[in-house]
Design a protein around this ligand. Structure first.
Ligand code: NDP
Length: 254
């Protein structure tokens, strides 16, 4: 069983969906967990439920991430596990993508992952035992193109590039960098996707959901806890040689 006793984990977007499932799994393994996000009420409720700490933080705002990480470190000690999970998923064909939309997706999914990981690393690197885990939640859209979602696809490819570069920068050290690439996972993003597909494709809610189920190779939605098990495994000492990898959780090859 993975033992993370005494390790401080920072999970961005930890108040809901995949982030919350990962935070819960890390808590279960004994880690001190700080969950972050913009909605204070959602965060506090989630934190109370799983015995984590809540830190309001907007990943699109560098100052907010720097200060939020500093507060979390002051309260719980250096970050040893960083889960860069906060993200938004919105599809729009490139000819219809304006600069405002492009920047919104990039600043959350890519800039947000960059600044979160940078701050966590600064905290990790001061530790003498040289142990750390950095996991970014990318997507199958980080591996192949997702139709009608150019900005999202580019942002999630970028996250994988960041993780691969970091894994090269830290070779031979005890800090590993990996990306998890899920297919469609049953969270609020799916609910929002159904509404957007309905609008764009003029189909019913059931048909919109069916399109996402069909896209997963095993023809079912994935549970957030399935993504959390992979994250928990990556955090264990048994995965200490897994570095710079992408783990697809999509029922088959993406
Ligand atoms: P949720 O919408 O439940 O989670 C997204 C989380 O990100 C929320 O907790 C939200 O909190 C947080 N967040 C969004 N924007 C910001 C911001 N600017 N600053 C801080 N936090 C922010 O959906 P999921 O759990 O599904 O998504 C988690 C990650 O998984 C995302 O990166 C998504 O792209 C990825 N993913 C999801 C898939 C799916 O099918 N569900 C498939 C593949 C990847 P708040 O609103 O309070 O800020």
């Amino acid at each position: 069983m993975t033992d993370l006793q005494g390790r401080h984990a920072l999970v961005t977007g930890g108040g809901s969906g995949i982030g919350l499932a990962i935070a819960q799994a890390l808590r279960g393994a004994g880690a001190e967990v700080t969950i972050t996000g913009r909605r204070e009420d959602v965060l506090r409720q989630a934190a109370e439920r799983i015995g984590a700490h809540a830190q309001v933080m907007d990943v699109t705002d560098e100052h907010s991430v720097v200060e939020g990480t500093r507060s979390a470190v002051q309260a719980r000690g250096p970050v040893r596990i960083c889960i860069a999970n906060a993200g938004i998923a919105e599809g729009r064909a490139i000819p219809k993508t304006d600069m405002e939309f492009w920047r919104r997706i990039m600043s959350t999914n890519l800039d947000g992952a960059f600044v979160t990981v940078r701050e966590a690393l600064r905290s990790m690197q001061g530790e003498s035992d040289d142990w750390g885990r950095v996991i970014a939640i990318s997507s199958i859209a980080g591996i192949r193109g997702l139709r009608g979602a150019g900005a999202y696809t580019a942002s999630k490819h970028g996250v994988i590039g960041l993780i691969r570069a970091l894994s090269e920068d830290h070779l031979g050290r005890g800090i590993t960098f990996n990306a998890i690439c899920p297919g469609y996972v049953e969270t609020d993003i799916i609910t929002r996707n159904v509404a957007s597909i309905r609008e764009r494709a003029g189909v019913s809610a059931d048909e919109a959901l069916g399109l996402m189920v069909e896209a997963n190779r095993h023809k079912r939605l994935i549970g957030a806890e399935e993504v959390a098990s992979a994250a928990l495994w990556l955090c264990g000492n048994g995965a200490g040689s897994v570095n710079g990898q992408t783990i697809e959780i999509a029922g088959g090859q993406a």
